[in-house]
Write a protein of this length. Structure first.
Length: 660
């Protein structure tokens, strides 16, 4: 299938040849207008720039005049990708001010200035669209994909992007067994883990061949962090296949081996010399400093409908701060232009609302794919056989669910925002199932006690707590990451609810890294996390609906390890889980979208029957903050995990800063 060749509306193609023939801005704009017929003379995407507007940023024009850069026509590909502005044609200049929480918070860089994959999601998170790849075409059996790159497209240092860059990154890096840092991503394997064969057909054409159909490839290629390419002309000097002296080079630069050297040189955010394909290029790297700064890429390969090279904004500045309160203070002072990370929660909404006028910003709606504020996962594969038996009782889990007063949770912790919800897709999702979302959410202590008795735990000790079959009190800890205070507050209430029905629960607040380590070793009694993947991403990341993710399927990490083929801490799951796993492999290998949907609904039906984990509250009322002078940000945005790394799919390259 050949994807649409436009972004954010009815875009058009502008060829490099048109630029060369135009000989000036006025002629080019006239040519573009002629090519965009059928719009009755109305400007596309809002206000149209006057014909005398420059086609490139002044800071780049100065470099062209000084002989430091070739002319724009020589920097763009033959067919630049045209981006329709959300509201209007923008103006060049200014800087986007934002912040990250410590040097480890690089995900915000990925989401804002790092999202340019082979394909990209449209703003509505419905259809993968062309991006770095001009097209991706599949054979009828879904086993062979032809990826066509944009002829004449260049890296940020002016070197051409070719099929060699894609093949190098795949064969020499991802498949390289002596380079353990990264592995072949999911999108380039079959359901059983067999990697694709990636080869060069010609200068701008790559062929990906799979041993079995790959029905989700286009969606995966549009996801954040997915496979793209590596600048071979730069990175090969740090690779032993191309440089026999790389060990000495590594030693000279203070690295233990070539792998450490390659890691450092390939680091997009840590090495300003590494060529990129994104709108802005890092000039102050992420490290020990107090900020990260990125400036416009002079070879960026996208233009607006008037043929003006993007991005509009000159630079993006990420101040590195140590705590969320500092970010909040900067927001209320009007010192953040567009931000949707760490501070945009319900707790902070009142103070942010009070300061909107003085801070010169407003709220934009944010629809998260998160379908649960807090997912409670009892460890169904617990190392203690007695606790495993307790946790694997569905009646036990149902009893605990009925014991939770979710309405009180919503009022006390979530600012009266939300509704009782289980582990289920959101109402906005095509997979929404009201029965799955609402089962066992009614606060009913009598039913909770009845279920717990029926599970076989009617005997109690002198303090009123229920006993295990071995006579010991049912006592367990719920481990919680201390980065999310609302979870800690919620668990304190739930501890009381569960004590009222005879369950002795403790909370263990700990650093996120420790929690992940303990889960990986299957050492946790229970854990909480957000319930993720509640929109279209449910099918791409079904971790909450069956144990498919060996890091975040907290209710059964060993079963997930079995599914992904990891031998350590692995355990064969029961039949209903294996049925879901088999169905998901069928889904991946289907190239029929309707069939994929049908299969996933069956996976959700089994999840509803098995009731692996306990949900609490559906998130609502989410938002981001945008300065009044910061333009072309949609009034409503979607946010997921890596599948749709917002705000990246809203095309930040078309954001601009107005004078007032």
């Amino acid at each position: 299938m050949k994807p649409r060749e436009r972004v954010a509306g009815a875009g058009l193609e502008i060829s490099r040849r048109q630029l060369l023939q135009a000989g000036g801005a006025t002629i080019l704009v006239t040519a573009v207008a002629a090519c965009s017929g059928g719009d009755d003379g109305e400007p596309r995407g809002g206000m149209s720039a006057p014909s005398d507007q420059p086609l490139e940023a002044p800071m780049l024009s100065e470099r062209v005049t000084a002989g430091e850069l070739p002319p724009l026509a020589e920097r763009l590909p033959e067919r630049p990708l045209v981006v329709e502005p959300v509201e209007q044609i923008g103006v060049y200049g200014g800087q986007w001010r934002t912040a990250i929480l410590g040097a480890a918070d690089s995900a915000w860089l990925d989401r804002t200035i790092g999202y340019d994959q082979l394909m990209r999601w449209d703003m509505d998170f419905t259809v993968p669209q062309p991006n770095v790849a001009e097209s991706v075409e599949a054979t009828d059996d879904g086993r062979r994909f032809t990826v066509t790159l944009r002829a004449g497209m260049k890296w940020s240092d002016g070197a051409p992007l070719t099929a060699d860059d894609v093949v190098f990154w795949y064969n020499d890096v991802l498949l390289n067994e002596s380079y353990p840092t990264i592995v072949v991503p999911t999108e380039l394997t079959t359901a059983d883990g067999t990697p694709a064969v990636v080869s060069k057909a010609d200068q701008y054409t790559v062929v990906m061949e799979f041993a079995a159909p790959n029905g989700l490839l286009e969606q995966y290629l549009a996801s954040g962090g997915s496979f793209v390419a590596g600048p071979r002309h730069y990175l090969e000097q740090f690779h032993p296949t191309y440089n026999p002296d790389v060990a000495q080079l590594a030693a000279d630069e203070g690295h233990a081996d070539w792998v450490a050297l390659f890691d450092a040189k390939a680091d997009v955010w840590g090495n300003p010399e590494r060529p990129v394909l994104t709108p802005w290029v890092v000039v102050q790297p992420l490290g020990d400093g107090q900020r990260v700064m990125a400036e416009r890429n002079p070879y960026y390969w996208k233009v607006d409908p008037d043929g003006r090279q993007l991005p509009y904004i000159d630079r993006v500045v990420f101040d590195i701060v140590n705590d969320e309160q500092t970010i909040l203070l900067r927001a209320t002072n009007g010192e953040l232009d567009m931000h949707m990370r760490h501070i945009n929660n319900l707790t902070n909404k009142p103070v942010l609302a009070q300061n909107r006028e003085t801070g010169g910003y407003d709220f934009h709606d944010l629809v998260r794919s998160t379908m649960n504020q807090m997912m409670i996962s009892l460890n169904l594969t617990h190392k203690d056989p007695a606790l495993r038996e307790v946790f694997q009782s569905k009646d036990f889990r149902i009893g605990l669910s009925h014991a939770i007063d979710r309405e009180e949770l919503i009022a006390a912790v979530y600012q009266d925002q939300g509704e009782p919800w289980q582990i289920a897709p959101r109402k906005e999702a095509e997979f929404y199932d009201e029965e799955l979302a609402k089962q066992y959410t009614e606060y009913d202590p009598d039913e909770a006690n009845r279920r717990l008795d029926r599970a076989g735990y009617s005997q109690r000790d002198g303090d009123g707590f229920r006993l295990r079959p071995d006579g010991e009190r049912i006592r367990f800890s719920v481990e919680v990451s201390n980065h999310e205070p609302a979870w800690i507050d919620s668990l304190e209430l739930i501890k009381v609810y569960w004590a009222e029905v005879g369950i002795d629960m403790r909370t263990e607040s700990e650093d996120r890294s420790l929690l992940l380590t303990r889960k990986e070793a299957n050492e946790h009694d229970a854990a909480v996390w957000f319930g993720s993947a509640g929109l279209k991403d449910a099918m791409l990341d079904p971790r909450c609906y069956f144990p498919s993710n060996n890091i975040f399927s907290d209710y059964a990490i060993p079963w997930a390890n079995w599914f992904v083929g990891k031998a350590e801490v692995s355990e064969e799951p029961p039949e209903p889980v294996k049925e879901q796993m088999s169905l998901y492999r069928d889904l991946i290998e289907s190239i029929d979208r309707d069939r994929q949907t049908e299969i996933f609904r069956e996976i959700l039906r089994i999840a509803k029957e098995e009731f692996y984990a306990i949900g609490t509250v559906l998130p609502v009322g989410d938002y981001c903050i945008v300065k009044n002078t910061f333009k072309n940000v949609p009034s409503s945005l979607i946010e997921t995990g890596t599948q749709y790394p917002s705000p990246g799919p809203t095309n930040p390259e078309q954001y601009f800063i107005a004078d007032s």
